[in-house]
Design a protein around this ligand. Sequence first.
Ligand SMILES: [Zn+2]
Length: 485
Amino acid sequence: MTPGVVGQPDNTSGRASRGADSPVAAWPWFSRMTEIWWTRNAGRSAIDPARASRASSLIAFAREHSPWYRRAWDGLPQRALTLAELPVATKRELMAHFDEWVTDRRVDRAGIEAFLADRTHIGERYLDEYVVWKSSGSTGEPGIFVQDESALATYDALIAVQLSGTRLAAPYAWGLVARGGRAALIAATGDHFASIASWQRMCRGRPWPNACAFSVMDPLPRLVAELNAYQPAFLASYPTVLAQLADEQAGGRLHIAPTCLWSGGEYLAPATGTAIERAFGCALINEYGASECMSIAYGCREGWLHVNDDWVVLEPVDRDYRPVPPGEASHTVLLTNLANRIQPVIRYDLGDSVLAKPERCACGSPLPAIRAEGRHDDVLAFTAADGRTVSVLPLALTTVVEDAADVHRFQLVQQAPDRLALRLDPRDADRRRIAWHAAAKALHRYLAAQSLANVEIVLDRHPPVADPRSGKLREVIVEHRERAD
Ligand SMILES: [Zn+2]
């Protein structure tokens, strides 16, 4: 879903300068947070014009300072343009023209690559100004992402607004950590996701004096022992790791009492979020981010993600980049990051599947609610009884299972063009049997509605299997070869 970060030099001393002893350095971040607060409290009548004005100004800036955008928009009218008039940009095109994409002529790909390659630069900013990180290129297309001071101040402000405003427990946790409580980050070694990296960046600043990172590659019993010894007040990781730890906590092997949890880096199913909160008895904050934009959306208590749409524009679209109506899962989503100007991301094909909630969210947030899932390669192709191929979105299948069976750790495996297997956590046999029957019935009903009543649904005796490289659990996988192979 979100690309990983393999190199993330950043100026930790610079970030720390926003502490209480340096009020002037604190100003850009704090003033942006105040601005976000005021805008959102005023509701849509303030958010919409703020977004439109930022979009218009970003477009004008990109047209003037990015030779790539200027050329791509060459045939468009010379007047002020709106997002809807602009063509879609892909990572492949932008990376192929990196030097023309960026808006500061001192920045070039060769210079940045040399900077990233030299380990002695870690902890510094490129040209003393920019934070740079690389995506892991899991989609086959590696990316280099440059962020300016304004973008960083915006991400920090967005995160601070979430931490202080979204949950009752969050301000308490924030205060506790700020006063010396311990924060723990559990991440994949060498593959830190952008959203996790942003949390890590904040940890290094003043408000987080005691932060410790643990490796997700550690065997579970060791991780549990380490956490028992460390007793974090704040715990951040991938949802699948938190779900595993929730099982350990519920089983009495893990004994920690965090006041707040943070989940990022991969899709969090609503039922998983609820189960994690129940096990730890505290609030879980869910962050949806990418290397192209650190803070796209954050989760609410209703299990939806709210787009930071005063600073981010997300357009769910189909395969041909046509808008997809609310209530339907999109093929991909176009991202516009209104905060970063050094490397403008405008109507950028992010590759994630997004489903927009048609009605306003019950949590009361004025921000649009979505569900999001990284996909692209994972769309399942089934063969119907009449021989037709029918595509099914993983997001739809996982939603069916969660809604019907109330399980939070499972895996769907397409084993053949007409067979789907469900893997469930085997720990509790009774619960597993009930979940299996409910899930199988719901899956069959859903597939039948897609003209796939012929698809066999089976219970796999194996438990869900995490990716051996990243340690993360993909909820939907394909494990068969096409017959033509
Ligand atoms: Zn909500």
